[in-house]
Design a binder for this molecule. Structure first.
Ligand code: DAH
Length: 333
C-alpha cells in the first residue's frame, strides 16, 4: 500500500503546486495518464490473489477519488484566477467621456430638393432623371431653341471637349424631351438635377446649380392647371397664406410663357413679390418634335431653381454658402 500512499502524497502536492490550468493538465497526465504509475499499478492487478486484488482495488478507488477531489478544487481556483486575470487585462474605464460624434444629416440643398419633390409626388407626379452631359439636340433643338437663338449664348453653355455636340446641360428641360420621346400621355414628371452655366461666381450666381423641371401633358390641359399646381406648391413650401402671380415672359419651349412670383410679408409690414420660377404651356413644336400630337394633347412645364427656393426659405443671402461647406453654416440646418 505504501506505493499508493506515496503516490497520493506526490499527486496532491503536485496539484497544489500547479499555478496555471496548463500545469494542472500536466499533473493529470503525469499521475493518471497511459504512462503513469497508476496505470502500471492497475495493470499489475491481474497478477494478484483475489483477496489482495480486492483490497488493492479499494485503495485504488480511494486514490482516484482523492485525486479527483483535489483536482476539481484546484481547477476551480485556477479557473477563477484566470478569469480575474483576463477581466483585469480587458478592463475598460467606463468613466472616460466618449468622443462626441455629431450626427450627420443631409445638406440643406438635399433637404429642400426632397421637400419640393415630396410636394409634387403628393400631387401625382413621378420623378424622372436625365444625364448631366447632354446632347445639344436634347438641351436645345428638341426644346425649340434654334442654333442661332440668343438663348444659346444667354445660357453661357459649357461644351464638352472632344465630343461633337455634347454640353453640360444648361437646364433640366432636356429631361422633358427625353420623357416625352419615350412615353405616352398622360405624363406627369418632375426632374431634379444639376445644371451648368459658364457664369462668374457671385452672391447670386454659381456655374453649378440645380433645378427641378416639371411637366404635365394630357388632354385638355390649360393654364389654370399650371396656376393651380404652382399655387399649391408655393403654399406647401412657403406658407398657406401665400399668393402667386404670373408675369408674361418668353421661353422658346413654352407658349405662352410666364415668370412666377410668390408673395411675401417681410418685417415691418413689407409686402412684395419674389420670382421663384419660369413656366408656360408646352410649345406645340416641342410636342411635335417628341412625337406627341399637339392637336390632341397639351401640357404645361416649369423649371425651378432649388438654390433659389432654399435661399428664400432660409434667408440665405449668398449662394456660395450653399457650396462652401462651412461647418458653421451647415450646422444651422
Ligand atoms: N429652362 C428654364 C431655365 O433654365 C426654366 C424653365 C422655364 C423651364 C419655363 C420650363 C419652362 O419648363 O416652361 O431658365
Amino acid at each position: 500500500m505504501n506505493d499508493l500512499d506515496a503516490l497520493q502524497r506526490d499527486a496532491l502536492a503536485a496539484i497544489e503546486a500547479a499555478e496555471h490550468l496548463d500545469d494542472l493538465d500536466e499533473v493529470r497526465v503525469r499521475f493518471t495518464g497511459k504512462r503513469s504509475d497508476l496505470t502500471a499499478i492497475q495493470k499489475g492487478m491481474r497478477d494478484l490473489e483475489p483477496e489482495e486484488r480486492k483490497a488493492r482495488g479499494q485503495a485504488l478507488n480511494a486514490f482516484r477519488e482523492a485525486f479527483q477531489a483535489a483536482f476539481d478544487a484546484r481547477y476551480e481556483q485556477l479557473q477563477g484566477a484566470a478569469l480575474r486575470e483576463r477581466l483585469e487585462a480587458e478592463r475598460l474605464d467606463l468613466t472616460l467621456p466618449p468622443r462626441r460624434v455629431p450626427p450627420g444629416r443631409p445638406h440643406l440643398l438635399t433637404q429642400v430638393e426632397q421637400e419640393m419633390l415630396d410636394v409634387f409626388i403628393g400631387m401625382g407626379f413621378r420623378v424622372a432623371e436625365g444625364p448631366e452631359a447632354e446632347s445639344g439636340s436634347y438641351n436645345f433643338d428638341l426644346l425649340n431653341i434654334e442654333p442661332d437663338h440668343p438663348a444659346r449664348q444667354e445660357m453661357d453653355t459649357i461644351y464638352v471637349d472632344g465630343f461633337d455636340d455634347v454640353v453640360l446641360r444648361t437646364h433640366t428641360s432636356p429631361v422633358q424631351s427625353r420623357v416625352m420621346t419615350t412615353s405616352e400621355p398622360p405624363i406627369a414628371v418632375v426632374c431634379p438635377g444639376r445644371t451648368y452655366r459658364a457664369d462668374a461666381v457671385d452672391a447670386t450666381h454659381s456655374p453649378v446649380f440645380s433645378q427641378i423641371e416639371g411637366l404635365y401633358v394630357a388632354e385638355d390641359v390649360h393654364m389654370a392647371h399650371l396656376r393651380g399646381t404652382l399655387l399649391a406648391f408655393a403654399r406647401a413650401m412657403f406658407g398657406a397664406d401665400r399668393e402667386i402671380r404670373l408675369r408674361p415672359s418668353f421661353f422658346p419651349f413654352t407658349e405662352p410663357s410666364a415668370e412666377v412670383d410668390v408673395s411675401f410679408d417681410g418685417p415691418g409690414g413689407n409686402h412684395g413679390w419674389l420670382e421663384i420660377l419660369g413656366a408656360g404651356m408646352v410649345d406645340p413644336n416641342v410636342l411635335t418634335f417628341c412625337g406627341i400630337d399637339p392637336d390632341r394633347y397639351s401640357g404645361f412645364a416649369f423649371g425651378i431653381g432649388i438654390e433659389r427656393v432654399a435661399m428664400l426659405r432660409h434667408q440665405v443671402r449668398d449662394i456660395r454658402e450653399l457650396f462652401e461647406a462651412d461647418a458653421r453654416f451647415l450646422a444651422r440646418f
